[in-house]
Design a protein around this ligand. Sequence first.
Ligand SMILES: Nc1nc2c(c(=O)[nH]1)N[C@H]1C(S)=C(S)[C@@H](COP(=O)(O)OP(=O)(O)OC[C@H]3O[C@@H](n4cnc5c(N)ncnc54)[C@H](O)[C@@H]3O)O[C@H]1N2
Ligand code: MOO
Ligand SMILES: [Mg+2]
Length: 670
Amino acid sequence: VPSSDRSLPLLHDILTSQPNDAYRVVAQGIVPDETAEIVENVRTWVHMGVDLILTSGGTGMGTRDRTPEAIAPLIDKPAPGLVVAMLTSSLAITPLAALSRPVAGIAHSPSGDGTGSIIVTLPGSPKAAKENLECLLKVLPHALELAGGARSRTTAVHERLQRGEDGMKGIQEAVVQHKHRHEAPEPAAHSHAHPHTHSHHGHSHEHGHHGHHAPRPRTLVSQDPSSAIASRQRKSPWPLISVRDALSLIFQHTPISPVQTLTVEPSLVGHVLADDVFSSINVPNLPSTNIDGYACAAALSPPGVYKVVTSFPTSPLPEGTVYRINTGAPVPPGLDACIMVEDTEVVSRDESGEEKEVRFLAQVEKGENVRREGSDVKTGEKVLSKGDVISSVGGELGTLAFVCKRSAQVHRRPTVAVLSTGNELRDLQDTSTPSSTSAGSANFHGIPDSNRISLISVLENLHYNVVNLGICGDTMEETKAKLKRGAEQADVIVTTGGTSMGVGDLLKPCIERELGGTVHFGRVAMKPGKPTTFATLPAHPMAPSRDPTLVFALPGNPASALVTFFLFVLPSLRKMEGRREDEWELPRIPVTLTSTVPLDPRPEYHRVQIRPTSSGLKAFSTGGQRSSRTVSLAGANGLLELPASKEGDVERKEGEVVQCVLIGELGPAA
Ligand SMILES: Nc1nc2c(c(=O)[nH]1)N[C@H]1C(S)=C(S)[C@@H](COP(=O)(O)OP(=O)(O)OC[C@H]3O[C@@H](n4cnc5c(N)ncnc54)[C@H](O)[C@@H]3O)O[C@H]1N2
Ligand code: MOO
Ligand SMILES: [Mg+2]
């Protein structure tokens, strides 16, 4: 590993371990020793309003050392004091420091408000870079305040962006490190700022399982759509991350919806309880019976003839008298058993035909057929738990009503905006384009938008609020306008299409470059769904207390869109809606294969129908699994979770048991 590769994680660690989380690394990358590329990165970061930009390497006297020359023209206000401080501290350690040629200063932001980013070029050696940074840390906080201080006063939007979407107090910082081209193990990946460089070092800070220091990769990574087509990125700059890492980034950025009090009525179905529910009453609140018959005092009621009273007694019944009672009714005080009507016969009736006397044919025991007070639910007993879903089966809603709860504390249901992107798409019901069933016409002009109709139906059936954003063409203008509307109206935006490498694939650049959003990942090692993208948009400046909007930019291929919806979007919504952590993801169940399925070099989610049989659950493949084949989802209620193929492991055979993600209801018995 070239030495310069080690500086970046070291600088990152020093910055993120400063007290009060004063620094947050919002972008980092490795570029070759090319002036143009150094300038491009640093300039973009200045435009983003990053507060501190550090470079490491290229400050020496070698022929390839060009960093100071690249950076100097970007600096509007040189800060020779910082340079002297660094050189002085290094010279105290080694006279070789005299060969270093650092520059430092402020590059003004294009906003023209006089604020700017502080840029410092550090040496390439990890040890020297560390020493220099540590020396600067004594003065940087004050310098940063002076250089960027006015920003927070000028506009709220700017401050919001500058402070990051979590509103964390602190200073954003970016590290651009450059290294010699001949050292680059993956030249293509290094030709752009690369947010996941740490993966080369085995410690993946980016994936964020390690607490709050995880930096979010921010901008610069996406293709600049204004660049000439021929000079477009020819390799995706987005690291291919695992489904597990993708989920952990999603959960890290998914907030839990606020709590509200709602009326107990059928529209509560789908909501998740935000609190345990305790009964404040006894059920039944009086001793009552669960039969039709006669209430009596068991000890005084051997088989024999009794007078019948039919109105609820207000004073103790005289001996030899019983009270006629119906299921659910309270048992009068002093009586302790009920005999079923089947164990009695009528002895005499009055003029109106009403029974006067009955004969008990059997002996009732004390307590027989009596529901004691509180025997179903006692005052103070927990009947439902925080995290329980009010299901459409009805049990939870019934329970709330049963214990007389008129309202419940639940999490607000997330609102999801759904957008289809693509110039080729037509609304299915747009009658200006004939459908294949209309007389005389075989061709629908364009591609019918099938993703939106599927996604909206799944969401509505799961009781989410849906905003239908319609279809937008592949232009930056339209995409930006739609996403903005989504961010205003929804907690989560789901788009399909425009995620890959094509000219019209604008989602990532739009999110990053136009909307100040952060793309947390842009590719996932899975089939289908490789270009799946997850991002957050900063909270609206007019509603800064709102959480950032989550954006799932799903691939356009219909099977990819739906599979990634179930694997990524739904788990995020299940966290947001307040479910318990072990219920965020959809359940995995073991199923037996009814046919042999091939393994793909990518981990694959193979659509199947799961059906119950006398020998357990069986999986029936839906056939060809190409991502464009929407029909592969017809009838599917499961996704086989297949591992990537390896040498000697290329299929799962008929009869083998495989884990399967349950995405729908079980199919008919087979
Ligand atoms: N050079 C590369 N090309 C592609 C790669 C790659 O890695 N390098 N990845 C492929 C994979 S995998 C997928 S998946 C797709 C995803 O592409 P996009 O998300 O950019 O989607 P589009 O290109 O916009 O559309 C793809 C396909 O799906 C149809 N589509 C889109 N939206 C809808 C809709 N709402 N209803 C029905 N059909 C829809 C669209 O017409 C296209 O046929 O990229 C590969 N390319
Ligand atoms: O990842 Mo794409 O969804 O395979 O076709
Ligand atoms: Mg498209």
